[in-house]
Design a protein around this ligand. Structure first.
Ligand SMILES: [Zn+2]
Ligand SMILES: [Zn+2]
Length: 272
């Protein structure tokens, strides 16, 4: 069984009301050995882009709370500190200052905004084809990782395909294979992993992020670091679809998943 859910949000994220203790209890109930919290921090998130949500993490308070829970739960589960950092190339210096300042165990880099626009909203697609809009999202990932490397895994690489205006969530990997090859090659060169994010299943995509073709390409190019997370914003979604995630990874030829401690991956068998 998988020993931890590596992508979890709580009331410290502006889009969740989940109490930290409720999610920790859920993790213990599910027999997990480790607990990660990875609340959102999106530097320069435009105030009006998500109906007033700002996604600014009060990091000192967050880490102080996690330290307290770590002590309180020490004999039941090992608590590790994480963050989901929204990446954009123009804020690379601010991102670097942030990651230098705080001692996380695990940092997910991810894309929620492109040029300050949120692909969740129709404005992002205006005046162009869905394919062009998706391509810009993927190209922005490549730009982000050129500018900033102080993260551990890239989260939900194909997140944008949930929100295209045709509402089918269907897309053809072949249309974007070139940019994915560049992204994955760079991630592997820099020793970065990618994340398998089961919110894809929970949100009706039919598979966990990223698409199998991306997983296969990462593997073929020599990539070995995969973390598994539900992206839960409620205790009910904690570790959602992990049985599926495990099967998909095995079918793509992966034998191990990673858990980070002090920003270093430790590998665990998917088959035990
Ligand atoms: Zn995210
Ligand atoms: Zn998330």
């Amino acid at each position: 069984m998988i020993l931890a859910d590596c992508h979890v949000h709580s009331e410290f994220s502006s889009d969740s009301n989940a109490s930290v203790t409720a999610i920790i209890e859920q993790a213990i109930h599910k027999g997990m050995s480790y607990f990660y919290l990875t609340d959102h921090h999106d530097i320069d998130f435009p105030k009006d882009a998500a109906g007033g949500l700002e996604f600014q993490l009060d990091t000192p308070s967050y880490l102080e709370h996690l330290l307290r829970y770590k002590e309180e739960y020490a004999d039941r589960i090992e608590i590790r500190t994480g963050v989901e950092l929204g990446l954009m190339s123009h804020i690379s210096n601010k991102l670097a200052d942030y990651t230098k300042k705080y001692p996380f165990d695990f940092i997910i880099g991810s894309s929620h905004l492109v040029r300050g626009m949120d692909p969740y909203y129709p404005d992002y697609y205006e005046g162009r084809s869905q394919k062009e809009a998706y391509l810009e999202y993927f190209e922005s990932i490549y730009e982000n990782i050129q500018q900033f490397q102080d993260f551990d895994v890239y989260g939900h690489l194909d997140y944008v395909v949930r929100y295209g205006p045709d509402k089918t969530m269907k897309w053809d990997f072949a249309d974007y294979a070139e940019v994915f090859e560049a992204i994955l090659t760079k991630l592997i060169q820099d020793g970065k992993g990618i994340e398998m994010n089961t919110a894809g299943l929970a949100k009706g995509l039919g598979y966990p992020h990223p698409h199998k073709d991306i997983l296969h390409m990462y593997k073929d190019l020599g990539g070995e670091i995969i973390t598994i997370g539900s992206d839960a914003h409620t205790p009910e979604h904690f570790a959602y679809g992990f049985d599926v995630a495990e099967q998909v990874l095995l079918s793509c030829g992966f034998r191990y998943y990673a858990l980070y401690k002090n920003r270093k991956p430790e590998f665990y068998s998917l088959e035990s």
